[in-house]
Design a protein around this ligand. Sequence first.
Ligand SMILES: NC(=O)c1ccc[n+]([C@@H]2O[C@H](COP(=O)([O-])OP(=O)(O)OC[C@H]3O[C@@H](n4cnc5c(N)ncnc54)[C@H](O)[C@@H]3O)[C@@H](O)[C@H]2O)c1
Length: 393
Amino acid sequence: MATPTINSDIKSLELADLGKKRIEWANQSMKVLQIIRKEFIKNQPLAGMRISACLHVTAETANLAITLRDGGADVVLCASNPLSTQDDVAACLVRDYNIPVYAIKGEDNDTYYSHIMAALDHKPHITMDDGADLVTIALTKRKEVLQGVIAGTEETTTGVIRLRAMAKDGVLTYPIIAVNDADTKHLFDNRYGTGQSTIDGIVRATNFLLAGAKFVVAGYGWCGRGLASRARGLAKIGDVFCTVTGNKSVLRKEHFEAMKDGAIISNSGHFNVEIDIPALDKMSSSKRTTRAFVEEYSLKDGRKINLLGEGRLINLASAEGHPPSVMDMSFADQALSVEYLVKNHTTLEKKVFPVPEELDKRVAKLKLESMGIKIDRLTLEQEEYLASWSEGT
Ligand SMILES: NC(=O)c1ccc[n+]([C@@H]2O[C@H](COP(=O)([O-])OP(=O)(O)OC[C@H]3O[C@@H](n4cnc5c(N)ncnc54)[C@H](O)[C@@H]3O)[C@@H](O)[C@H]2O)c1
């Protein structure tokens, strides 16, 4: 095995063969990103750009990182959550693609932040975030890197909310595109991707029988709707609970007090603050790990409550995250947003911007084409009819 000369901090290079297969498998379902990658290889729109990306290190993210690298960028990757890294994917990026990665599944908080620091050591021109941790650390602890940053992107709802708060307080020092808000992102990734992969994560962690169970979803935004629609048809009050709000203390003491013995609680929102774990700790006499990603809390009144994945986003902690065919659009939005920012950053204010509509539409069109779907056009007669007020009588 070739020893990479690049810096990185990953679990083990020995996992790289497995990671390669996984990245290639995901790539097959990421047709839009494939088209963008070909264009990037030809046009080199990111030549000379250093990119620090703080994203979930999954097979889909690997394909995005490779696309950016092929567009001429010098990319480094760190994890955007301590539990979401696919160690085999990280190994393959380092060994086969020369992309430095700082991410280990299950890393502690200190390691998580030291990895973000390592990504910032790269002196990025562009930052890519999923949850705004990279920007936050740059603004608070690594101000010296900010003068080199020209622009950034943000992947998720919670990150966009944090960034808008920064812009409002006047502390944001460069423009950021809110990839999350693209129609081709949240209408698919948040809704269908989180919907399916969250149930996948809960089932993989517990091997719980869904038939006849009552599944409680807290939060009815894009992710919550998707999760509820995938869970619909399950049936009796509160066997499995999942928060997906982006807010804190959604499940707390009063809820734990009312839960049935053996209830399963989980979260798929960005941060591990949606379940009040300190309150659960206080109510418990002991806790033990009963299987991977399952901690059984024994309450002082004798009931047991099972917390999944330390309250971190369960679809990435115990499953693989969203399917590649949905991440295809999210990451096509990312790649095109980075290209747009490199071209236009000098004209943009230090604010959070939507993905330009023409890029969002282009991603939608390419996705439909890649699925062999054609959209009928109005006939000339129909167009004239709609444009006229005198017809139709
Ligand atoms: N697990 C993943 O892979 C994944 C993917 C995308 C987004 N996310 C994260 O999921 C969270 C939700 O994202 P979204 O796009 O659905 O956001 P959204 O803004 O569309 O929806 C959030 C919903 O939660 C509701 N809410 C807020 N506080 C609540 C409370 N205390 N109790 C009940 N409901 C409450 C809000 O009213 C809103 O309807 C965010 O943290 C986001 O970053 C996770």
